[in-house]
Design a protein around this ligand. Structure first.
Ligand code: AMP
Ligand code: ZN
Length: 437
């Protein structure tokens, strides 16, 4: 295999040089962090009053973990470390209380981020002759604009098609000879089944590759998409707190995702003891960003479960690989690539006075897409045999939920006492999707 590197020197930097680079960048990042009230307090307590108090990478361990909770507490500007008028973009991801976590970028941050995404894309064999259809949500979600900028950086022709609307996606693919797509794995499977229904043949397309991420999927799912579409599928991992896409990506050897260590420091911890797990074992991924000035985040608990792959990669890159993410250590659900905490649903239901107290969240597969059903009991003033108020209530719950969680759920109403009441800790989520291992 002829492996191609976007940034040959950086991607193959010897470990010692890579670690020296990390230390220098960590100090820079800490200097920015110290400008925010949140980190000033945290770092000072950890004995880091200025960047030079960090003498080695080991010193990182003195810094406490940062959680999504911390980011939400700092909303909206508490984590901003540069003057407001230096910021040129923000992205956000939703959270348990509906308060988003917001990440700010200055011009240099956007430039670096695009460089990392370009590196991922180019490493799969793409170049400027490719036509890249970005079939993922544009907007506050980082997958749209993040991949868009990376694709342009590589010099590909980028089609900002956004997610959904398969008929239009096929038309664009055929009109412009799309060779690469980016989507969630569930949307790729959905595209394949729609191809059959709409009579679009594989031969009428010029697809060669897909980047699939934003949600966990198994090696079997990857293989299935590859076989059905006759393409190469590459796993793309990222999260908005760490910019978005461009954190870790598979190379053509497809044996784990290279985590770009000149942009991030990765640790794997035991989520119970918070201690590092032995090398190669599974745990929670903790990330420190080294490539962003406007919102530095140190030792972020991603809640994503993974582990380091062992041994060198045949591609020659020196950056460590993480294994495919298998799930999370918290209760966050990912529905067709959109993050959802059960508490967001609870908040909506409890805010509607005609709704009862008991509810159940059911997630299942509908074809290859995820389907969310919210079952709630009705309140004491509504009766099952009176269809008008019942329909109105169903529609009200559906609309309010959709506005709040950006997913359109099916809503089912049930008689008081009809939903199971669990003894002890309520079990409000039934995730009936096949387990991805
Ligand atoms: P967001 O901040 O909205 O971009 O969501 C980030 C989260 O999506 C991550 O923390 C993961 O839980 C999930 N995620 C993103 N990419 C992948 C992937 N390739 N495999 C598994 N989960 C992923
Ligand atoms: Zn590799």
């Amino acid at each position: 295999m002829n492996y191609q590197y976007w940034h040959p020197k950086m991607e193959t930097l010897p470990r010692a040089d890579l670690e020296a680079w990390q230390l220098a960048r960590l100090k820079d990042t800490a200097a920015y962090a110290l400008r925010t009230p949140f980190y000033k307090e945290r770092l000072t307590r950890a004995g880091i009053r200025e960047a030079d108090d960090i003498k080695s990478l080991e010193d990182l361990k003195r810094i406490p973990f940062t959680t999504k909770h911390d980011l939400r507490d700092a909303f909206p500007y508490g984590m901003l470390s540069v003057p407001r008028d230096e910021v040129i973009r923000l992205h956000a991801s939703s959270g348990t209380t509906g308060t988003p976590t917001t990440i700010y970028f200055n011009r240099e941050d956007i430039r670096r981020w695009s460089g990392f995404v370009a590196r991922c894309i180019y490493g799969t064999g793409c170049n400027k002759s490719d036509v890249f259809q970005n079939m993922i949500t544009y907007g506050l979600f980082t997958g749209g604009l993040g991949f868009h900028a990376g694709g342009e950086e590589v010099g590909m022709l980028v089609i900002p098609s956004g997610a959904g609307n398969t008929t239009r996606q096929f038309k664009l693919m055929q009109d412009f000879g799309t060779t690469v797509v980016h989507a969630t794995p569930s949307f790729l499977l959905h595209v394949e089944s729609r191809m059959k229904e709409e009579g679009v043949s594989r031969d009428s397309l010029r697809l060669k590759r897909a980047f699939a991420g934003a949600e966990p999927y198994s090696e079997d799912t990857r293989r299935r998409i590859e076989e059905l579409l006759g393409i190469d599928v590459y796993n793309s991992y990222g999260l908005s707190e760490m910019n978005g896409p461009g954190v870790a990506f598979e190379c053509q050897a497809k044996n784990g995702l290279h985590l770009w260590e000149d942009g991030y420091i990765a640790e794997i911890i035991d989520p119970e003891t918070l201690e590092p797990v032995p090398e190669g074992e599974t745990g929670e991924l903790v990330l420190t960003i080294l490539c962003r000035e406007a919102t530095p985040i140190l030792r972020y608990r991603t809640r994503d479960i993974s582990g380091f792959s062992t041994g060198p990669c045949p591609c020659g890159r020196t950056h460590r690989r993480i294994r495919r993410i298998t799930g999370r250590t918290d209760d966050m659900l990912i529905i067709n690539g959109v993050n959802l905490f059960p508490s967001q649903i609870e908040e909506v239901i409890m805010g509607i006075k005609e709704a009862g107290n008991n509810y159940l969240i059911v997630v299942e597969k509908d074809g290859s897409l995820d389907r969310l059903t919210v079952k709630t009991e009705i309140g004491p003033d509504i009766f099952m045999d009176d269809s008008r108020p019942l329909n109105a209530l169903r529609e009200k719950i559906r609309k309010t939920l959709q506005a709040s969680i950006t997913i359109n759920p099916k809503v089912e109403l049930h008689e008081k006492g009809a939903l199971p009441v669990s003894e002890g800790k309520a079990k409000r989520v039934q995730d009936n999707r096949p387990k991805e291992v």
